[in-house]
Design a protein around this ligand. Structure first.
Ligand SMILES: *Cc1c(COP(=O)(O)O)cnc(C)c1O
Length: 220
């Protein structure tokens, strides 16, 4: 079942888009099934749950771990120590904290900046205008590999609104790229979840984050 979902999704998205399996509330047994079906990128949004699973999956050393949840101040260090990618860098203050800790810990995390293309009180992230204003200072973060943008769209959009919003994010990334910052790269776009990943891929996503589409509905 899990393997079949994965192969179907991979066929749809092609090999230029990275499938990140989002495994919040998914057991390590089911994560192993995804691994067996070829998935190597796993994403979690809760630190404690993720660390426990990393322990139990130590025999699979080629897993690449992605953090996708909001990071509280006191969790930043542990996230840096245990994840290769952080998709959810959602404020300037957090970026600065990660920059300082990354230097202290000699880490060089791969970072995506989380943006809000549409207003959404339930979501974290930069408004586009704020992000543009922060770019010069973000460009000075020597310890962070800032590689692109991540977005989560508000619930309840039509397909047309969804595609528009994803394309909007891609345009923002292109505009930033044209500014030729020395250390800001915009090659990655993490956008699209189980209900909208095909639209995200159409709009140029390079990473999609799928939970339910692989593992079925979560318990709550
Ligand atoms: C849970 C989650 C996903 C996956 O959502 P599904 O609808 O299960 O595909 C993707 N991104 C983030 C940030 C999430 O928290």
């Amino acid at each position: 079942m899990i393997a079949r979902q994965i192969s179907q999704i991979e066929e749809q998205i092609g090999d230029r888009v990275k499938l990140v399996a989002i495994t919040k509330q998914v057991s390590v047994e089911r994560m192993r099934q995804a691994y067996q079906a070829g998935v190597r990128d796993f994403g979690e949004n809760r630190l404690q749950e993720a660390l426990a699973k990393q322990q139990q999956l130590q025999d699979l050393p080629d897993i690449c771990w992605h953090f996708i949840g909001h990071i509280q101040k006191n969790k930043a260090k542990k996230v840096l120590e245990n994840f290769e990618w952080i998709h959810s860098v959602d404020s300037f203050a957090l970026a600065m904290r990660l920059e300082r800790l990354a230097a202290e810990l000699s880490r060089s995390p791969k970072i995506l900046l989380q943006v809000k293309m549409l207003p959404d009180p339930d979501k974290y992230g930069w408004h586009i205008a704020e992000l543009l204003a922060d770019l010069a200072r973000l460009n000075e973060c020597q310890n962070l590999h800032i590689l692109g943008l991540m977005t989560i769209l508000p619930l309840g959009l039509s397909s047309e609104q969804t595609l528009d919003a994803f394309q909007g994010v891609r345009e923002v990334a292109r505009d930033i790229e044209k500014q030729n910052w020395s250390s800001l790269k915009m090659q990655e776009l993490s956008m699209g979840m189980s209900d909208d990943y095909l639209l995200a891929v159409k709009a140029g996503a390079t990473m999609i984050r799928l939970g339910r589409g692989i593992f079925g509905e979560r318990p709550n």
